[in-house]
Design a protein around this ligand. Structure first.
Ligand SMILES: [Fe+2]
Ligand SMILES: [Fe+2]
Length: 537
């Protein structure tokens, strides 16, 4: 949970509304018949004591408090106002104990007042709802124990719905997730807790009528056993959860090493995959992508989307000018190669379709399958946009990065053509946040080679030259105009080209392209000499 000033505007409005709305309900509770006797005080003190031994539900922002049983008991025996006071004290005691357990004596700095006040407001709503429902059942004049059981059942259900809906709504604002996805999480545990507490309260109430206050002495051992059992289960669950998280981390780290092999091969895109990952994650959250598996697919898919480039000759990948048709055709196989490579691994999340479709276009003119609109998986639609965004905002030798306005204009133009209009809209709406996510990415300067390519020839986000390149005063060249840069790149590309894997036609086309940038011509004729026979072929 964040501090008040870190909350979104909508969240602050919701919290303020809850604070205000709880006041009349508190008044109603206190105006109903209540009893603040010595017995009430003893029960309230017992509930506060028990409330401090609460159990945090794994993965959820809620706790199950053992004090709940006593609150219900106070509600049916002493009235809603008496229950509300005990409930408020319970919440304060439970939260303080929780913070103390986590942060020791530094607890004062960790207290989030707005969260406390919100919880107190929620208690007020649920206490009134429980009281009204209980009153309705009492009016039916059913004989005991049916009346008591039904009354407590209605209390449990009222409590369950009011509590889970107010809390889930707040969590959906805090975590920027849909209400439904938050609400359904842990729903069974909540329901069991509320029903269990109501059943325990019914039992204690029946005993209480017979044995008076001493009956609690009998209940204490049962409560302790139940608490220990539950605690044991929660601990086991947390251990398993921790193990899964560690495995996922290891998985992603392995994937990253694999992916950085491509990142290192493509000299213009250093850090590209990490930035694309950061952008994709942010955009996915704003598009309402939910579920751990979907997010993991996006994290891994962003890293691995260009893994198929391993099959593309380096001279094509690093070509500083526009690709020829043949080169482009070659480049276009990388999504399929990537998908084929990855399909041999059993990923527990939908990663392969994302990699395969990251160059599809919304209008159907993309590749490899020419998928159209929503036929393209959402995560691939997200990836294709952020992939392009990173290319546009990264310094390349043949053009400078686009400004924010130019980026917006570009994607507005391409909305409905290359990209999904909804994805474009979410991207433009949250561009500032997405930009910041990219800036916060730390790219190790040494890369996977462990060499710190420490050159003053920084090209912004672009990759620096490799050690193996010809010694060229590149830093100075970058200060020169783009024409000079292009020529230098052509010389450099020419020098380092590896012709072994190319057919003669490809070699000539490559050489022609490079020479064009250097000398300029309308037509070029190449002769291939057979040196063994001393003839021109
Ligand atoms: Fe790609
Ligand atoms: Fe990419």
């Amino acid at each position: 949970m964040k501090y008040w000033h870190e909350q979104s505007r909508s969240c602050r409005i919701y919290l303020s509304a809850a604070y205000l709305a709880s006041v009349p309900f508190a008044v109603l509770c206190f105006r109903a018949p209540n009893e603040f006797s010595l017995k009430w005080a003893m029960l309230a003190v017992t509930s506060i004591f028990v409330a401090t031994i609460n159990i945090r539900l794994p993965n959820l922002s809620a706790v199950i408090s053992m004090g709940d049983v006593f609150i219900l008991l106070i509600l049916i025996r002493f009235g809603p106002g008496s229950a509300l006071v005990a409930y408020w004290l319970n919440i304060l005691a439970a939260h303080t104990a929780e913070i103390f357990r986590r942060h020791g004596r530094n607890l004062l700095r960790k207290i989030l007042i707005h969260r406390w006040v919100f919880n107190l407001s929620c208690c007020t709503f649920s206490t009134w709802a429980m009281y009204r429902l209980y009153q309705l059942v009492l009016k039916l004049n059913l004989p005991d124990p049916i009346g008591l059981v039904l009354g407590l059942f209605s209390i449990a259900m009222g409590w369950f719905f009011v509590n889970t809906s107010t809390l889930s709504l707040a969590l959906s604002f805090w975590m920027k997730r849909s209400f439904w996805s938050v609400w359904k999480e842990g729903i069974v545990l909540y329901l069991l807790n509320f029903l269990g507490s109501a059943a325990a309260a019914a039992l204690i109430s029946l005993f209480y009528e017979r044995g008076g206050f001493l009956v609690f002495l009998l209940c204490a051992p049962i409560a302790v056993v139940l608490y220990e059992l539950y605690h044991f289960y929660v601990q086991k669950y947390e251990q398993a959860e921790k193990h899964i998280q560690e495995l996922n981390k290891l998985y992603l780290q392995t994937i990253e090493v694999l992916a950085s092999a491509v990142d290192a091969k493509d000299r213009y895109t250093h850090g590209h995959i990490r930035r694309v990952q950061a952008y994709a994650e942010k955009l996915a959250v704003h598009l309402g992508v939910e579920g751990k598996n979907q997010m993991l697919a996006i994290q891994a898919g962003a890293l691995l989307h260009d893994i198929g480039k391993i099959a593309i000759p380096e001279y094509i990948l690093n070509k500083p000018t526009v690709l020829t048709e043949t080169e482009y055709e070659k480049m276009k196989i990388h999504p399929v190669v990537g998908a084929n490579m990855l399909s041999t691994i059993e990923f527990p999340y939908p990663l392969v379709p994302m990699v395969k479709s990251h160059h599809e276009r919304w209008d159907g003119n993309g590749y490899p399958d020419g998928l159209k609109g929503e036929e393209i998986p959402l995560n691939a639609r997200i990836l294709s946009l952020v992939d392009c965004y990173d290319a546009l905002t990264t310094n390349r030798p043949y053009r400078s990065p686009m400004s924010r306005e130019e980026v917006i204009q570009f994607f507005r133009r391409e909305s409905g053509r290359a990209y999904d209009p909804a994805v474009v809209q979410a991207f433009i709406d949250h561009l500032e946040e997405i930009e910041a996510a990219g800036k916060s990415v730390v790219v190790p300067t040494g890369g996977i080679w462990g060499i710190n390519e420490n050159s003053s020839a920084s090209t912004g986000n672009g990759r620096k030259l490799e050690k193996a390149q010809p010694t060229l005063a590149y830093s100075k060249a970058l200060i020169a105009g783009p024409e000079v840069q292009r020529e230098l790149y052509s010389v450099f590309e020419f020098a380092r080209a590896d012709f072994q894997c190319l057919r003669p036609a490809e070699i000539f086309s490559f050489m022609g392209g490079k020479l064009q940038a250097l000398v300029g011509f309308d037509a070029a004729v190449f002769y291939e000499a057979d040196l063994t026979r001393g003839v021109v072929v």
